[in-house]
Design a protein around this ligand. Structure first.
Ligand SMILES: *Cc1c(COP(=O)(O)O)cnc(C)c1O
Length: 366
């Protein structure tokens, strides 16, 4: 008998998200805890975005504008691309899924780094395609040279994440251009997906972005999201910027109403809220500087970062420290599932949250 689902479904492990605060507090019998675990915006959403979302609630009996005309226009003006080059998703997660659905079939290979965002692997496997992992560089960056070496005649897609979650490493312009040149020689039809969920936090001016290569020889798709800098993770809205023909292909299978009325309105308002963006960047950058200064005095190794989170190597299995932090009401992300059993990932919080983390961490380590 034909199996109920294709055999390759057996290989899909479900995505395990960080636990919500309420669940952890119940489990540990604590309250008033702080969450520095999911790279969310510490200051919250833009007030203008909240107002815009609230303002459209009276229209909830209507279907959304499936083409999201106003938001797509706003984005195209901000990015400097055509509206026909943008595809919106229910989070950039959904754009990843659509890319895999359109461009991958059974037996194809998609390259990605070790310990990368689990949605790449899930979306690739759901097509019966094969995720091929590339080890990180010694500095825990994305290894572009090693990626080129893994290309076979089955390779169809390469997922690059810059800044890289969970390490915070970026790709420099020159490195990326060398990579594209080598890739063009190997096979210019391989699709490069640049997941730039955290790129707005980058302070290094030499950071590459896929947006600069939209018109080049290679097929470069850039993914961005409203979940991090703009603080709208709960509304689920992100987008991809890609050559027009690719956008047209994705739009053929895109669920027609995949972004909601409040999400579209809030995203458009957030895009224009310069003050909220500036405040967020100030809090994140000041927070990083404070945390790195304070951690220098502790017997741990911090990895430098361009994102709103960073890795700490504890030099010992992190499970116990993670639990002790939890009991003090500080939630961070253990990195065992990413292949770093000795590491925790800390998302930058508000000033008082960062200070509370440092106090708790010091008590535990000394
Ligand atoms: C948070 C994150 C995203 C954003 O996902 P959304 O679906 O837009 O919320 C994408 N990629 C990576 C690596 C992330 O960490």
């Amino acid at each position: 008998m034909k199996p109920l689902v294709p055999k390759y479904f057996d290989a899909i492990a479900p995505y395990i998200p960080g636990k919500p605060i309420s669940e952890l507090e119940r489990e540990y019998g604590i309250s008033g805890s702080i969450k520095l675990a999911s790279n969310e915006n510490p200051i919250g959403p833009s007030k203008k975005a909240v107002q815009a979302a609230a303002g459209v609630l009276k229209d909830l009996h209507r279907y959304p504008d499936g083409a999201a005309h106003d938001l797509v226009l706003g984005l195209s003006q901000k990015i400097g691309c055509k509206t026909s080059e943008i595809v919106l998703g229910n989070g950039s997660d959904e754009v990843i899924e659509m890319l895999a659905q359109v461009f991958l079939s059974e037996g194809d290979e998609a390259l990605m780094s070790d310990s990368s965002f689990l949605m790449y692997e899930i979306s690739v496997r759901a097509q019966g395609a094969v995720p091929v992992k590339v080890a990180l560089s010694r500095e825990l960056g994305f290894d572009l040279d090693a990626t080129i070496k893994k290309i076979t005649d089955k390779t169809r897609m390469i997922f690059i994440n810059t800044p890289l979650n969970p390490t915070g490493a970026i790709i420099k312009k020159r490195e990326f251009e060398d990579f594209l040149e080598k890739l063009g020689k190997a096979d210019p039809r391989i699709i490069v997906v640049m997941d730039e969920a955290y790129i707005e936090f980058v302070r290094d001016t030499d950071c590459a972005t896929g947006l600069n290569y939209l018109k080049g020889e290679n097929i470069v798709v850039t993914l961005r999201t409203f979940s991090k800098l703009y603080g709208l993770a709960g509304l689920r809205i992100g987008y991809g910027v890609m050559p027009k023909y690719a956008a047209e292909l994705l739009n053929r299978i895109r669920p027609p109403f995949n972004t909601s009325i409040p999400a579209q309105a809030a995203a458009l308002a957030a895009l224009d809220d310069k003050e909220h963006v500036k405040n967020t960047l100030d809090v994140v950058h000041d927070g990083l500087d404070y945390l790195f200064g304070a951690l220098k005095e502790l017997p741990v190794t911090c990895y430098s970062t361009q994102a709103n989170f960073f890795l700490i190597d504890l030099g010992q299995n992190a499970g116990e420290v993670y639990e002790k932090l939890l009991r003090k009401g500080v939630i961070v992300r253990p990195m065992t599932s990413y292949g770093f059993p000795d590491f925790i990932r800390v998302s930058v919080g508000l000033k008082q949250e960062n200070e509370r983390f440092i106090r708790a961490f010091k008590e535990i380590l000394t």
